[in-house]
Design a binder for this molecule. Structure first.
Ligand SMILES: *[C@@H]1O[C@H](CO)[C@@H](O)[C@H](O)[C@H]1NC(C)=O
Ligand SMILES: *[C@@H]1O[C@H](CO)[C@@H](O)[C@H](O)[C@H]1NC(C)=O
Ligand SMILES: *[C@@H]1O[C@H](CO)[C@@H](O)[C@H](O)[C@H]1NC(C)=O
Ligand SMILES: *[C@@H]1O[C@H](CO)[C@@H](O)[C@H](O)[C@H]1NC(C)=O
Length: 355
């Protein structure tokens, strides 16, 4: 009996110890093997006036950060409006980029063709200033209408600088269906190139969720292992169901054989923020998507941060929310459950510096 009690006590101490270890791990320094960037995809076009004159254009841009002792799975952070959303919490605190570097995941920040640092387009692009700030406030689910925040919002409502930072960080998105294809194709080429590794999770937000689904159906390798989409605006559907394509956030209709590639991914998770009604268009579409993917043998699910995970006031960009520690914890669980948390070298988990 004494032995059993000791054993149980020891077990409890170990369990507590593990928790403490986890907390310490998330505070440990970020140790990189290397960082850098490169272009991927794109094409070379000839001048109509002089075929000797060319333009290399429509490629995507990847900035990478590779941990000293990496895990196997790369996190491909695909923004809709700005890489900044992955870099910091709304109040300037730690964003997913550093959080997951501390956890030893290789991190890739992706600017799809024509966005951000990949803005060298093969065609004329057009930008006219528009009065978008108040629209952003509502689209990002900070509150029901500008400037009324949800009382429990995870945006730092009192911080005026935070609001200026987030709305000003936005890039021109070029939301058209041809650009959805252009950007998805470039990401598929990136995934198939092995330059992002051979085990990739597309982490997406908003309109990049649609693009990542399409990219997974265009890819010719099994390198893409999962899609985790925070409020995907738009879904890919097969051509054998009665769903009509739309602009600019889909639906995108593809041949059923191509659609089935989504069912081959080990896991897909569509995440929704708090204060979204059950009949929210993209939640309704997400349910249809999950049903079809799982019907073909896939593993897709919906996670509502409010109703399913008990978080309050989560925004459209939950990974930059004030409680993004909890949102990161949910991603840890997803990666662990789908065995995407392994280290690159077998049994190397314990030789990881500070433990
Ligand atoms: C293109 O380059 C070729 C080979 O150098 C040259 O013969 C030709 O004149 C050039 N054409 C123009 C329009 O400059
Ligand atoms: C407010 O947000 C800005 C921008 O994210 C940040 O730099 C600043 O430190 C924040 N202020 C407080 C008091 O948290
Ligand atoms: C996949 O293979 C097909 C057939 O060879 C090719 O047309 C397509 O461009 C490839 N996709 C990518 C993303 O490279
Ligand atoms: C397909 O959907 C359209 C629009 O929702 C509807 O009018 C039509 O009856 C449907 N057709 C079939 C075969 O279900």
């Amino acid at each position: 009996m004494w032995k059993l009690t000791t054993y149980l006590g020891l077990f409890a101490a170990l369990a507590g110890g593990k928790q403490l270890e986890d907390q310490k791990a998330w505070k440990r320094p970020i140790v990189l093997d290397s960082s850098g960037g490169f272009n991927v995809g794109g094409k070379v076009i000839q001048s109509p006036y002089n075929p000797n004159m060319t333009l290399s254009c429509d490629h995507g841009y990847i900035e990478y950060f590779l941990p000293w002792k990496p895990r196997k799975t790369s996190l491909f952070m695909w923004h809709s409006s700005s890489t900044q959303t992955w870099q910091n919490r709304f109040d300037g605190g730690e964003g997913f980029k550093d959080k997951f570097l501390r956890r030893d995941y290789p991190v890739y920040l992706w600017d799809a063709p024509r966005l951000g640092r990949a803005n060298w387009a093969c065609e004329p692009t057009f930008y006219a200033p528009d009065y978008r700030d108040q629209g952003n406030f509502v689209a990002w689910n900070f509150g029901p209408s500008y400037p009324d925040f949800w009382p429990d919002t995870q945006f730092p409502a009192e911080n005026k600088t935070a609001w200026e930072q987030v709305t000003g960080a936005r890039y021109v998105e070029y939301d058209t269906v041809p650009n959805v294809w252009l950007q998805a194709t470039a990401a598929a080429i990136a995934a198939d190139s092995y330059k992002v590794g051979d085990s990739i999770v597309f982490l997406c937000n908003s309109a990049s969720g649609l693009r990542a689904q399409l990219a997974a159906t265009l890819s010719n390798t099994t390198n893409t292992k999962a899609i985790v989409a925070y409020e995907s605006y738009g879904y890919v559907f097969p051509d054998n169901v009665n769903i009509t394509g739309g602009e600019p956030f889909g639906p995108i209709i593809v041949p059923v054989e191509q659609f089935k590639k989504l069912a081959k991914l080990p896991a897909i998770q569509y995440i929704f923020s708090d204060h979204r009604p059950e009949d929210f268009t993209f939640l309704v579409q997400a349910r249809q998507s999950v049903k079809l993917i799982n019907m073909y043998g896939g593993n897709a699910e919906i996670l509502r941060l409010g109703k399913d995970a008990g978080l309050k006031g989560s925004t459209h960009i939950a990974f930059a929310d004030m409680d993004n520690d909890k949102v990161a914890g949910l991603l840890d669980k997803f990666l662990e459950k789908n065995k995407l948390d392994e280290y690159a070298e077998e049994g190397d988990e314990d030789s990881n510096g500070d433990d």
